[in-house]
Ligand binder design. Sequence first.
Ligand code: ZN
Length: 277
Amino acid sequence: MTTPCIITVAITGSLPTKANNPAVPITVAEQVESTQAAFEAGASLVHAHVRNDDGTPTSDPDRFGRLLEGIRKHCPGMIVQFSTGGRSGAGEERGGMIPLKPDMASLATGSCNFPTRVYENSPQLVDWLADRMRTHGVKPEVEAFDLSMIFKAVEMAQDGRIAGRLHVQFVMGVKNAMPVDRDVFAFYVRTLERLAPDATWTGAGVGRHQDTLQRWALDHGGHLRTGLEDNVRLDRHTLAPSNAALVERAAALCAEYGRHPASAAEARALLSLPATA
Ligand code: ZN
């Protein structure tokens, strides 16, 4: 029996606009509807940012709260992960929603360059976010934009700053950070397996490399991510009509590799999360 593949759907992000693709969900109602369709297509984990109604990124805990409530109601069992990413607020603002107790929250364990700015995660902020997550029983997903962030995550898991089984996402294809490179990817996987043998991981490719990373992840026994946050296109010529369409394509890829999309219950077991939210 092969390991089921957890499909993460990153529904909104903080950058894509309706002008990039009208299917990008912006309001909480649109986000809940888009998540439900993606859930029904095979996604078991939703990664979410929130926006103001005019589309600008925000870290407003009230919006996160309404989104959590909507997803819990319409997508029973789905794993909800909130972004603490740096585009939607400054410093500790980024963790203001953690007390809402989503299942997971993203945690970048170091700094790097992004397309037009520095993605700044000071050691103090990383520790503060990890501490909030531990206090509220929220599982981190480590966002590894380079190799040093994997080592940092392992160190934090070993000394207890990250509780429970480590889950890491390898992010490739963000301009000025780590490009999509197969040898580096394989080295990431080997390094994590060597340093933290019980860790789980996801491969995330940004932009036109989305399905390249999905294939590599499936091939190496990991989990995958899709969604309009990373890629608003189905292919060079076609806009993705929805998050669900991207999830359907990822689910079809799973079959090519003899894997099946994890159900919410399977995904919870794989990530050592409680069986119910
Ligand atoms: Zn994100």
